[in-house]
Write a protein that binds this ligand. Structure first.
Ligand SMILES: [Zn+2]
Length: 248
């Protein structure tokens, strides 16, 4: 995850000012970013230029002082409302750089799949994107269009709880042949669906390939709290498995 997320999450003046990070291995308060030397400088700069710099300028800024992307959307005419979501299509919000936000998210998912990152709780399981990983790599370096059997779903969270949290990519569900991975970056919630049974209706919701390139706004508190609970439970189970392994 970008170092900027750790900086923005610090609570200056607090006894422990470090942001809380959640992974499948546990919860930790740290400003130490998960960092390995994996990519060359050119690739790092490509990722930065094509998405990360812009995305980090749009997340909730320190201590919830402002949330530039949400503020921009609130100033736009909404396209529609349904099921608690407010939808903004690209025609009503052309100033939002969707290519960059999407590229940023896809580069985070790809990095989580391409390498075993060292984490505060030791080596972490990679996410498994299967053959989609290579399709994503080719897209990121500009050698292929956005992969067909993939959908990126983007929600901007309008609740303070989600705006102050971030977590690394993890698998959130696996109904049928579609796998969903998700991550959260201070008010930006991204879900990546991969599979060969992505329907046309699901495809229209895609930030990258959908006709209206929807951005959805809603409270993500239940979803983010649910993920937090799931990650905490996985971390507990991981500890128990670790204990029983040591005892055997
Ligand atoms: Zn490179």
């Amino acid at each position: 995850m970008p170092a900027a997320l750790y900086r923005q999450g610090r609570l200056d003046g607090d006894p422990n000012p470090n942001p809380t990070m959640l992974t499948e291995r546990g919860k930790v308060q740290t400003s130490k970013a998960i960092k390995d030397f994996v990519l060359c400088r050119d690739c790092e700069q490509l990722f930065n230029r094509n998405g990360e710099r812009y995305a980090m300028s749009q997340v909730t800024q320190k201590a919830g002082r402002s949330f530039p992307l949400l503020r921009t959307l609130m100033g736009c005419q909404k396209t529609k409302e349904a099921y608690g979501f407010t939808y903004y299509g690209h025609r009503v919000s052309p100033m939002v750089e969707r290519d960059k936000l999407g590229y940023f998210a896809l580069s985070v998912f790809w990095r989580a799949a391409a390498h075993y990152w060292s984490r505060p709780f030791g080596k972490h399981d990679q996410i498994d994107l299967g053959w989609h990983q290579e399709a994503l790599r080719l897209y990121l370096i500009g050698l292929a269009p956005f992969p067909k059997e993939m959908m990126l779903y983007f929600v901007v969270c309008n609740d303070p709880f989600s705006q102050n949290r971030f977590y690394t990519p993890s698998k959130s569900s696996h109904p049928g042949n579609t796998t969903t991975h998700a991550f959260q970056a201070r008010g930006l919630n991204f879900l990546l669906m991969t599979g060969n049974d992505i329907t046309e209706t699901m495809g229209t919701l895609c930030l990258m390939s959908g006709l209206d390139r929807w951005i959805m706004v809603r409270s993500c508190q239940d979803m983010v709290a649910g993920t937090q609970a799931r990650l905490e439970m996985q971390a507990e189970i991981g500890k128990l498995i670790g204990v029983s392994r040591r005892q055997n």
